[in-house]
Design a protein around this ligand. Structure first.
Ligand SMILES: [Zn+2]
Ligand SMILES: [Zn+2]
Length: 165
C-alpha cells in the first residue's frame, strides 16, 4: 500500500517553530495539511489567490484538493495570525513576522505585485482615536495602500528621465 504522505514545500525550522508556537498559544494544532498550506504560501513569498494556492498544492501533492478544504485551512491560518487576507485583492499572504499578535497595514505595488506588510502602532492608535471620538466601536480596520513600491518608483523615474527611444 502506498504511503500517503502530505508532500509539503520545505519550511525552514525557524518558521515552523514560530507557526507551531502561534497555534499552541491558541490551543490549536498545526496538522500536516495546515502546515502544507502555510509552507506553500511562505515559499511563494507573494500574495496568492485561493485558486493559485490550490493549483500549487495540487501540483506538489499530485492529487486533487477540494477548494473547501483549502478555505478551511486558510481560515485557520488567519485565525492564528500566520496568514493575512488582502481584502482589496482577495488574496492571501503569509505573515512576515508571526512571532506576535498584531494588526497589519499593507502597501501594495500595482506594478510588480509586491506587498509590504507594515505594523504601525501610531496608525492604529490614530484610527482608534478617530473611531472613539465618534463613539464608533471598530471590529476590523483594513488599511491597504496601493501605489508603486520603492524599486518600481525608481524604475518609473528612470524611464521618465531618459529620452524616448
Ligand atoms: Zn503579520
Ligand atoms: Zn513594485
Amino acid at each position: 500500500m502506498a504511503k500517503r504522505s502530505a508532500r509539503a514545500a520545505p519550511l525552514p525550522a525557524k518558521w515552523r517553530r514560530l507557526a507551531e508556537e502561534r497555534c499552541a498559544e491558541q490551543g490549536a494544532r498545526l496538522t500536516p495539511a495546515r502546515l502544507a498550506v502555510y509552507a506553500e504560501m511562505l515559499t511563494s513569498g507573494r500574495p496568492l489567490s485561493a485558486y493559485e494556492l490550490i493549483a500549487l498544492l495540487e501540483g506538489r501533492q499530485e492529487r486533487k484538493i477540494a477548494p473547501l478544504t483549502v478555505y478551511r485551512h486558510l481560515d485557520f491560518l488567519m485565525r492564528t495570525g500566520l496568514v493575512h487576507r488582502l481584502e482589496s485583492a482577495q488574496t492571501y499572504l503569509a505573515c512576515d513576522h508571526p512571532d506576535h499578535a498584531h494588526e497589519s497595514q499593507f502597501l501594495l505595488c500595482s506594478s510588480c505585485g509586491h506587498v509590504d506588510e507594515v505594523e504601525s502602532n501610531g496608525l492604529e492608535a490614530l484610527l482608534a482615536q478617530i473611531a472613539g471620538e465618534r463613539g464608533f466601536r471598530p471590529d476590523n480596520a483594513v488599511v491597504e495602500v496601493k501605489g508603486l513600491c520603492g524599486a518600481c518608483a525608481v524604475d518609473e523615474q528612470d524611464r521618465g528621465a531618459s529620452p524616448p527611444a
